[in-house]
Design a protein around this ligand. Structure first.
Ligand SMILES: [Zn+2]
Length: 232
C-alpha cells in the first residue's frame, strides 16, 4: 500500500513540475496574437467560417476594450519585434484580409468607435470591383488608422507561380496600392499563408519591411490556425 501511495505521490509531483515548467516555457514563447478577419456582416451561409456577424464583431471589440487589451498597430508590432521589445501579455493586433466592402460597412464604424488601429491587406486588382472596397473607402479608413497593406494582385498562391509571376503579383500589388493611396506600402500578407524562401526574397526586394503568414499548428488531433510573422 505504501508503494502505491509513493507512486501516486511521485506521479503527482512530476505532473506539478511539468505544469510549472510548461507555464514558464509558454511565457518565454509568448507572441502577440493577430486577430485576423475576412468578411464582417451577415453570413451568406451559416457555415461560412471566414465571416463574423456585425453583432459578434461588436462583441469581440467591446470585450477587448472592457478587458483592457492593448491594440497595437501592425507597424508598432513590426517595429517592436525588430527592436526586441517585450510586448505586454495583453497586446493584440487586428488584421483584415482581402479587402471586402463589408469591412467598410460593418467593421470600420466599430473600429472607429473604439479607436482601434487595424491593417487591411488588399488584393489590389480586386479593389473597386463588386463586393470589394473602393479606393475612396480605403482612403477614408486610413484617416482613422485602419491602414492598407498588400496581398498580391489576384490572391495568388505564390509557391505555385514562376518567380516572374510571383514578382508581378507581389511588386505589382505594392505599386498599384501606392499609386492610388499616395504613400508607401510597407507590409505584405502571403495569400493563404503560402511562401517559400524565393517568394520571401521577392517580397524583400520589392521593398516591404515585413510580411505575415498564416501557419497551421497541429497539437495532436487539434489543428490550430495561427498567424505567425515571417519577417523579412
Ligand atoms: Zn486572403
Amino acid at each position: 500500500m505504501r508503494i502505491v501511495k509513493s507512486i501516486f505521490l511521485g506521479l503527482f509531483l512530476m505532473l506539478l513540475i511539468g505544469c510549472v515548467g510548461f507555464t514558464f516555457w509558454l511565457r518565454d514563447r509568448y507572441v502577440v496574437p493577430i486577430l485576423t478577419y475576412h468578411h464582417v456582416g451577415i453570413p451568406s451561409c451559416k457555415w461560412r467560417l471566414n465571416t463574423v456577424s456585425e453583432k459578434s464583431f461588436e462583441y469581440q471589440m467591446s470585450f477587448i476594450k472592457r478587458h483592457g487589451f492593448q491594440v497595437l498597430s501592425f507597424g508598432d508590432l513590426v517595429d517592436g519585434l525588430k527592436k526586441g521589445i517585450q510586448f505586454s501579455r495583453n497586446a493584440v493586433v487586428i488584421q483584415f484580409d482581402d479587402g471586402y466592402e463589408d469591412n467598410y460597412t460593418y467593421a470600420y464604424p466599430i473600429l472607429k468607435k473604439y479607436h482601434f488601429p487595424a491593417i487591411i491587406f488588399l488584393v489590389s486588382d480586386k479593389i473597386g470591383s463588386p463586393g470589394f472596397l473602393t479606393w475612396d473607402e480605403v482612403k477614408v479608413m486610413e484617416r482613422d488608422n485602419v491602414v492598407a497593406g498588400a496581398h498580391t494582385r489576384h490572391h495568388a498562391n505564390l509557391p505555385q507561380l514562376t518567380l516572374e509571376q510571383a514578382k508581378d503579383e507581389i511588386a505589382g500589388s505594392k505599386k498599384m496600392i501606392e499609386e492610388h493611396l499616395g504613400h508607401t506600402i510597407d507590409y505584405f500578407c502571403y495569400p493563404s499563408g503560402g511562401f517559400t524562401e524565393s517568394v520571401k526574397g521577392i517580397a524583400r526586394d520589392a521593398g516591404f519591411k515585413a510580411a505575415v503568414t498564416t501557419n497551421r499548428v497541429s497539437l495532436g488531433l487539434i489543428l490550430i490556425y495561427m498567424n505567425l510573422s515571417a519577417f523579412i
